[in-house]
Write a protein that binds this ligand. Structure first.
Ligand SMILES: C=C(O[C@H]1C=CC=C(C(=O)O)[C@@H]1O)C(=O)O
Length: 368
């Protein structure tokens, strides 16, 4: 399906497609050394409504809006091996500084409003976010993408472009779902703390067993696990259900709590049914889902667009690999908008929630 190219040919193709304003996506799945690309042959904007098509899907947070598809039948597909040796200078220091004080007041006020909303209604969780604009007069697409590749090995790293939509890049640690025929897997990812690199020398999740999580983070992550289990119970769709214990996982400079959930899907279930059950999960929206979504749309004061939506391979040889669009950014002329958020519960401290978004913003600031 994917034609082999050298990595330099693939990057040259990316550069050319971007300069000539042709739609494309290049991406590398977690723990893989293969970079794949879809290069659409025309400039049409295709949608998928039923998720029966094959191709690469790019879906917004607001599930009432259309999902964009690069159809398999309208795209050239290339793949190439990529190793660190292709790129030596790993990351920048965090020299890009922007005016954070005004953003801080706005975000703290939003979180305070979120906490009141939860208390007044006895709701459990809402995920609140912001965007931060960074000047990038010297932005170089291929170099930035390479830095993301070498910096975030266990993330889905991508660069997506459509002339009618814009340019998005990201390195997301969160799987929305993997479906291969009837085998299904997802994860509940939430809770954040900054990774202490003096304490741990390895990148293995098994080394983080002694990490201590506060009650707030444990609850915040449990809401995501419970939501997924309830959704599948209601749909009565999973046989041979397997649910891991929550464990600590590393994503860039951060640690999160994660539970793995997998099983066998009832054959009558469509991918659209599964996506509707899951998206948006409380890792990016809240509990109850609709009320949290309404609060987000009415109060965040900016448009999330594709941040906290999902993206990935759709029905390629019977398999779909979809990821939640986190730790992402969008190019707007000579600036980059970085999108960052966090889960709010009754126990949240607005100042800490602000700090969490600052820590998360470093995932992208490091490569700019
Ligand atoms: C909403 C984001 O992260 C989610 C995923 C992992 C941990 C999260 C948290 O600790 O709040 C969020 O639920 C984001 O990075 O913008």
């Amino acid at each position: 399906m994917f034609e082999n190219k050298s990595i330099n040919e693939l990057f040259a193709k990316v550069q050319q497609a971007f300069e000539t304003k042709k739609p494309f996506v290049v991406y590398r799945q977690p723990e893989s050394d293969v970079v794949k690309g879809f290069f659409q042959k025309n400039n049409d904007l295709y949608n998928t409504k039923d998720y029966l098509d094959s191709g690469f899907v790019f879906a917004p947070f607001d599930n009432a809006l259309p999902s964009i598809l690069f159809p398999l039948s309208e795209s050239e597909l290339y793949a190439s091996k990529f190793t660190d040796a292709h790129f030596i200078n790993k990351q920048n220091d965090l020299s890009v500084v922007s005016n954070l004080e005004s953003s801080k007041a706005g975000h703290v006020a939003l979180v305070e409003k979120g906490i009141k909303f939860l208390e007044n209604n006895k709701y459990k969780k809402v995920v609140l976010s912001r965007k931060q604009t960074i000047p990038t007069p010297e932005f170089n697409l291929v170099e930035t993408f390479k830095k993301l590749l070498v910096s975030y090995n266990n993330a889905l790293v991508y660069c997506w472009f459509h002339p009618k939509v814009g340019l998005w890049l990201g390195a997301t640690p969160e799987t929305l779902l993997k479906v291969s025929k009837t085998t299904f897997a997802t994860m509940a990812l939430a809770g954040t703390q900054v990774f202490d690199n003096k304490k741990y020398s390895s990148d293995q999740d098994s080394d983080y067993k002694d990490v201590v999580w506060k009650e707030k983070e444990i609850k915040e992550q449990k809401h995501v696990t419970d939501f997924i289990l309830e959704q599948f119970e209601q749909g009565r769709v999973l046989n041979d259900f397997r649910v891991s214990k929550p464990y600590t996982t590393k994503a860039g400079n951060l640690l999160h709590l994660r539970t793995d959930i997998s099983g066998e899907l009832s054959p009558e279930l469509t991918l659209k049914n599964i996506i509707n059950l899951l998206h948006p999960t409380p890792a990016v929206c809240g509990v109850p889902k609709q009320e949290a979504k309404d609060f987000i749309l009415q109060n965040e004061n900016y448009n999330r667009e594709y941040y906290t939506g999902f993206l990935g391979e759709l029905n390629l040889a019977g398999t779909s690999n979809l990821y939640v669009n986190l730790r992402c950014m969008q190019l707007i002329k000579n600036t980059i908008d970085i999108y960052i958020g966090g889960g709010i519960t009754n126990d949240s401290n607005p100042e800490n929630e602000w700090e969490e978004t600052v820590a998360k913003s470093k995932v992208m600031l490091k490569v700019l």
